[in-house]
Ligand binder design. Structure first.
Ligand code: GDP
Ligand code: MG
Length: 696
């Protein structure tokens, strides 16, 4: 029978036991020479195992795969040019984090790898315990425990080698993800390669090439220079390096190195327990507290609570300025325009509608500023780490929590942020539940209703309860989706734990602005359009079917197109305790949740025209008072309305983003459907129970 042949290469740090393993594998069948052109020892040997004739190449021991030393260049060239079938990466387990740095770089080369955790005896004696299964999943590699000096694990190693050789296509493509800024730059460079004919015959992985260029790797730069498009590419790279420098206050090379270590730190933290080893560094020390089993979660909730407090207290004054700014603008425009339809459109429609949304910009900016800052310091990664256990209970990964948190500001950037989740199922479930995170646009609805129906003392708690219900429902739905639609465990993967640092102001501001811009764009487009449409629906028809004027504004309101829509859906929402006006507002709220408030505002102010003209004070409070007087709702009904607003169909823009991110109409329609049904069922149960117990 002819044997199948395989070529494997052993890579590892100096003194990891590579030669020992090489000898165990190959016995006496080896020869030693030099690599052509350099005096670096070249050892090759053979081993027969099952159907295979395996050629083993012992690479020089290296810590890294840069182009700095001849040893590293030789190792890299063998991997890239001779293309062995697979790499066996031998690591010294007693010095795991340092050794894994090479592993991460091997993964960047996108070659199949078997990882031998050698010196396992030394590591175990030193109190290191490894969850091999988890470790293997996190790294996306076959992992084998070996003790080279005692020949332990050599058979397992051979089995693993053959398994990987036979299942190359199943090799996980998971590599290190760097920070968002770096990832963007890398992707941009890779896109450039893809669009360039000069790269048609490029023999190396594109992502690896981009990373190497950012690291100023001499060899790769030389190869790129020889291409027709070389100068242009190098120019792009140096521009991108400057961009990184100014964002991170660190050069790209350092940022890449730190990114690799962040990945390693996260992996080791999750799958390896070190007993009685006291390493001391600032990050280690802080992590002892922030990632503590008992303290971690309360600290995280504390930080979030503080973030919300700051957002809403610091946001209040500028919110009032913007509000009075829009009031003044409305009055000024009103006094400079002739009475008539156009004036009504500009003042009641456009200025009131768009203004009602811009008012919440300070809150949104502050929340995003806080999140961007926490991300920049490295704390957000820890938050995800801390949340991981809880998230696993509902079949999600801790990493899903960061996009969900962003959802408190606005669901649109939150759904886009799910791109950091590599597993498609995890990503989809996260997208589906993110709309349950109460976004900034829903806040004005709560603010209005709470101000109108609840005493000041409980206002904060009522608000908090709504947010909490949103989070709990999101968790519940994740579990439901995981159980019925996307079966299977979420795949574990390591979370990068970057070093703690003070982020640059520039990068914090840029990240804040990226997200806030989406919100503003929404105000300028969708909300503007909807304000005009809603104004039209309220204003027309201006006369009844016989051509006569309506007796009162209230009468006109009821007969307007909007009024008719409200009346039409009233039977559906009556069991939840809502009247037709609320129905109009909820329908309009599909455009943007803020519109629920502005619509109610218009409804109540039109009906109460006298009160409006007498009352100079058009602040939220008087608005709230009108709402209370005219709706006839009890605090209980108001609470049910808040619940409904929280849960029911996400806004148009969110649906559009879900469509874009999932490439089709299936999931956005599903989201719209399930949220609305869920909202109706929950509100129905709550309201009907409230009726029974006399709360209404
Ligand atoms: P290389 O530099 O990577 O080729 O490492 P060597 O194979 O020369 O091994 C370095 C030293 O570690 C030698 O003294 C080996 O006997 C020892 N060694 C190798 N593997 C193991 C192991 O699994 N356990 C222990 N305790 N010692 C090992
Ligand atoms: Mg050696």
């Amino acid at each position: 029978m002819t044997k199948r042949s395989l070529v494997i290469a052993l890579a590892g740090n100096p003194n990891c036991g590579k030669t020992t393993i090489f000898n165990s594998l190959t016995g006496a069948r080896q020869h030693v020479g030099n690599y052509p052109g350099v005096t670096v020892e070249k050892k090759e040997g053979f081993v027969r195992y099952k159907d295979y004739e395996i050629k083993v190449i012992d690479l020089p021991g290296t810590y890294s795969l840069t182009a700095y030393s001849p040893d590293e260049v030789v190792a890299r060239d063998v991997i890239l040019e001779e293309k062995p079938d697979l790499m066996v990466n031998i690591v010294d387990t007693s010095n795991l984090e340092r050794n894994l740095y090479l592993t991460v770089q091997l993964k960047e080369l996108e070659v199949p790898i078997v990882l031998a955790l050698n010196m396992a005896d030394v590591a175990e004696a030193g109190g290191i315990e490894i969850n091999y299964d988890l470790f293997s999943k996190l790294l996306g590699l076959k992992v084998v425990r070996t003790v080279g000096t005692k020949n332990e694990g050599i058979e397992d190693l051979l089995e693993a080698i053959i398994w990987v050789a036979e299942h190359k296509n199943q090799v996980s493509s998971r590599t290190v993800r760097f920070t968002e800024d770096l990832e963007n730059v890398i992707n941009e460079i890779v896109e450039n390669f893809k669009n360039d004919v000069a790269f048609a015959n490029w023999n190396y992985p594109l992502r690896w090439t981009a990373i190497k260029l950012l690291e100023n790797d001499k060899e790769v730069v030389k190869k790129i220079k020889s291409l027709p498009a070389g100068e242009r590419i190098l120019e792009l790279v140096s521009r991108k390096q400057e961009e990184i420098q100014s964002l991170l206050n660190d050069d790209a090379e350092m940022a890449i190195i730190e990114g690799r270590y962040a990945f390693i730190r996260g992996t080791v933290k999750e799958a390896v327990t070190e007993k009685g080893i006291n390493k001391f560094s600032f990050t280690e020390a802080v992590d002892k507290i922030l990632l503590n089993r008992i303290l971690g979660l309360p600290i995280f909730f504390g930080v979030m609570w503080l973030l919300f407090q700051l957002t809403f207290t610091l946001g209040a004054p500028p919110m009032e300025w913007i509000e009075s700014g829009f009031t003044i603008l409305g009055e000024w425009v009103g006094s400079h325009m002739q009475d008539g339809l156009l004036k009504s459109l500009v003042v009641d429609g456009i200025i009131a509608g768009v203004g009602g949304v811009i008012v919440f910009l300070p809150n949104i900016l502050l929340l995003f500023l806080g999140i961007a800052f926490l991300e920049g310091t490295g704390y957000m990664a820890r938050a995800a780490f801390v949340m991981d256990k809880i998230m696993h209970r509902v079949g999600l990964h801790g990493k899903s929590f960061v996009p969900m948190l962003t959802g408190f500001g606005c669901n649109i950037p939150a759904i886009m942020a799910t791109r950091t989740l590599e597993n498609p199922k995890d990503r989809l479930v996260t997208i589906l539940i993110t709309p349950l995170m109460s976004c900034g646009a829903r806040l004005p609805v709560y603010t209005l209703l709470i101000a109108a129906f609840f005493p000041k003392e409980v206002a904060g708690n009522v608000l908090f309860s709504i947010y909490l219900i949103g989070v709990l429902l999101a968790m519940l739905m994740a579990k439901v989706f995981r159980t019925f639609i996307f079966k299977g465990e979420s795949e574990p993967f390591a979370m990068e734990l970057p070093l703690y640092r003070i982020p640059t102001l520039k990068s914090v501001l840029i990240h804040m602005w990226e997200r806030a811009w989406l919100y503003l764009k929404k105000a300028g487009t969708i909300i503007l359009a909807v304000s005009i449409i809603m104004w039209g629906l309220f204003t027309f028809p201006m006369v009844d079917a016989q051509g006569n004027e309506f007796e009162s504004a209230a009468e006109q309101m009821e007969q307007s197109y909007a009024g008719r829509i409200g009346k039409a859906i009233e039977p559906v929402i009556a069991p939840l305790g809502f009247d037709w006006k609320t129905g109009v507002a909820l329908v309009a709220g599909f455009a943007a949740k803020e519109v629920v408030v502005s619509t109610l505002g218009t409804l109540y102010s039109i009906e109460d025209e006298e009160a409006l003209t007498e009352e100079e004070d058009t602040t939220v409070k008087s608005f709230a008072q009108r709402a209370k007087e005219q709706s006839g709702y009890t605090p209980f009904t108001a609470y049910v309305l808040m619940l409904f607003t929280l849960i029911y169909v996400p806004c148009m823009a969110t649906i559009a983003v879900i469509k874009r991110e999932t490439n089709g109409w299936k999931w956005p329609l599903f989201t719209a459907g399930y949220t609305t049904v869920l909202a109706w069922v929950i509100c129905f149960v709550v309201y009907q129970m409230g009726t029974v117990f006399g709360a209404v």
